[in-house]
Ligand binder design. Structure first.
Ligand code: ATP
Ligand code: MG
Length: 481
């Protein structure tokens, strides 16, 4: 019998009693943890990385939490940038484009919250201790803390048991938590699909009740979640979950038409299969796969009658409002419409019926991604083998200009071969690409709205230096991101 005053949490699992160890963690991440500890701070790994390792899944990124305050973190690491306004996070760079996010334990107070006297909470009050930090997280399975010094796991909310039971439990009252942040409902749909977990009845009812709050959620965060869903390898199941929680019709009503559901489901399963095999699919191709039924429906027979420019125009015209509402970056939206519009051309022509202006079509910058989408489409539709074979052949025969690279950043597919050669077509005969590496927060590639990986980095133009007027001191330039 436990004595009645015995606290239930934290449960501390020592090394060897669980499946997590330092062997799964990148060297650079362990070094950051060690340096924080050496300087007298607490430091843990937290969140998705522990959950995924315990479940035997591939880790996407490592997140660190500590009791060191942002400025103290910054002082410890040479290449460290503080981001965020009220609650500041540190990005500690371990190489040119790789960083690890280091956050200070959060207090239960919301950094954006206003005190009864109308003032904001002082910076120090938004930082808390490990127990408070755990309470602020979304689900119990995401609130496990790993101490790399002794390889123990600290559990403050019952996440270890929930992992065993494969259930996704909210921390605290799910109605309150989902109302405070309805994006958590979307995350629930994804985690259940991705991990094969069930959503307990309490959470399910709360999701149904709080779904309408999604209208108040920040569009950029929603877009980020959508992108995560499309990449997660379980997008078909995630959308089915979100539909059953009643949130999909309120979030993306266009996708819930009965007419589209079946073919969308099939296409997403093809996308998921490819993602599970580690294939990289660009953002634009993923979004085209998501919306293609809508485009196809609105294009009617225009695709058969007219060229891709006309279809492009029709798609842009009919769905521009949707793209604006979803905050799709303009460049990305252009690409999506261009990729989708080319599908009819792929279907219309083959070795039997040649296209006029074939070389120009192949040399177009949208061709490659459009063909990648056609591969996905053909896999679901079936019966397009001859057309696929023809276009693969044309892709390999017709020389295409290298994508323009401004600045000195090579596009990722070119980086693999030193930026020298045209990339090989990645049709299904080709070897699947290696799984995404265990790298941390490679934002450029992951961010739908930021610099997309396939786009060359823009080099900022320097402003000409102004002369300092005599006697006027210049404000120090901070290098915060
Ligand atoms: P994945 O990387 O697969 O999305 P993750 O759990 O690592 O899973 P992140 O978005 O990387 O998700 O967030 C890291 C951690 O931050 C989460 O594990 C969770 O503890 C916390 N977190 C993220 N979003 C929320 C949220 N909306 N509310 C509360 N805590 C959150
Ligand atoms: Mg993560």
């Amino acid at each position: 019998m436990w004595p009645i005053w015995k606290k239930k949490y934290p449960v501390i699992l020592p090394s060897g009693k669980h499946g997590m160890s330092n062997a799964y963690v990148d060297r650079e991440v362990l070094d950051i943890l060690a340096r924080l500890r050496k300087n007298g701070f607490e430091a843990y790994l937290v969140g998705g990385c522990i959950r995924d390792i315990l479940l035997g899944k591939k880790v996407k990124d490592f997140d660190i939490v500590t009791d060191a305050h942002p400025r103290q973190i910054k002082r410890l690491f040479k290449r460290c940038f503080l981001i965020g306004k009220r609650f500041r996070l540190a990005h500690v760079y371990v190489s040119g484009d790789k960083f690890v996010e280091v956050a200070t334990f959060r207090a239960l107070v919301d950094p954006e919250e206003i005190k009864p006297d109308g003032r904001r909470y002082a910076e120090n009050n938004v930082f808390g201790n490990i127990e408070e930090d755990a309470q602020r997280r979304d689900f119990t399975i995401n609130a496990l803390y790993y101490n790399s010094a002794d390889s123990s796991i600290e559990d403050y909310t019952g996440g270890l048991e929930d992992i065993k039971k494969k259930r996704l439990r909210s921390i605290g009252d799910p109605v309150k938590r989902f109302r405070d942040d309805p994006v958590r409902i979307i995350r629930a749909g994804r985690f259940c699909a991705q991990l094969g977990f069930t959503l307990p009845r309490r959470e399910m009812n709360a999701a149904l009740k709080c779904a309408p709050f999604i209208a108040e959620a920040n569009s950029n965060r929603l877009l980020e979640e959508l992108y995560k869903i499309l990449r997660c390898g379980a997008s078909a199941k995630t959308f089915a979950n979100l539909n059953s929680y009643g949130i999909l019709p309120l979030w993306i009503p266009e996708l819930t038409g009965k007419k589209f559901r079946e073919s969308l489901q099939k296409r997403l399963e093809v996308v998921d299969g490819r993602r599970q095999r580690g294939q990289e699919i660009t953002t634009a191709v993923l979004f085209t796969a998501l919306f293609f039924d809508l485009f196809e429906d609105s294009a009617g027979d225009l695709g058969e009658r007219a060229g891709h420019q006309d279809v492009f125009g029709a798609i842009r015209k009919h769905f521009n409002d949707m793209a604006v509402r979803m905050r799709l970056p303009r460049k990305e939206w252009d690409k999506i419409a261009n990729i989708a519009a080319r599908l009819w051309t792929f279907k219309k022509y083959s070795a039997r019926k040649r296209m006029r202006g074939e070389a120009r079509f192949v040399q177009n910058p949208y061709f490659e991604e459009a063909l990648r989408f056609f591969e996905i489409y053909a896999e679901t539709a079936g019966g397009l083998e001859a057309e696929l074979k023809f276009w693969w052949q044309r892709e390999s025969e017709i020389a295409r200009p290298l994508p323009q690279v401004r600045g000195n950043a090579p596009t990722p597919h070119l980086a693999a071969n030193g930026g020298a050669k045209r990339p090989k077509p990645s049709h299904p005969h080709a070897q699947p690409k290696k799984q995404d590496q265990n790298t941390n927060q490679i934002q450029a590639q992951d961010h739908p709205s930021g610099d997309n990986a396939e786009q060359p980095k823009k080099r900022r133009r320097r402003r000409p230096r102004r002369r300092k007027p005599p006697g006027q001191a210049q404000a120090p330039q901070s290098i915060q991101a």
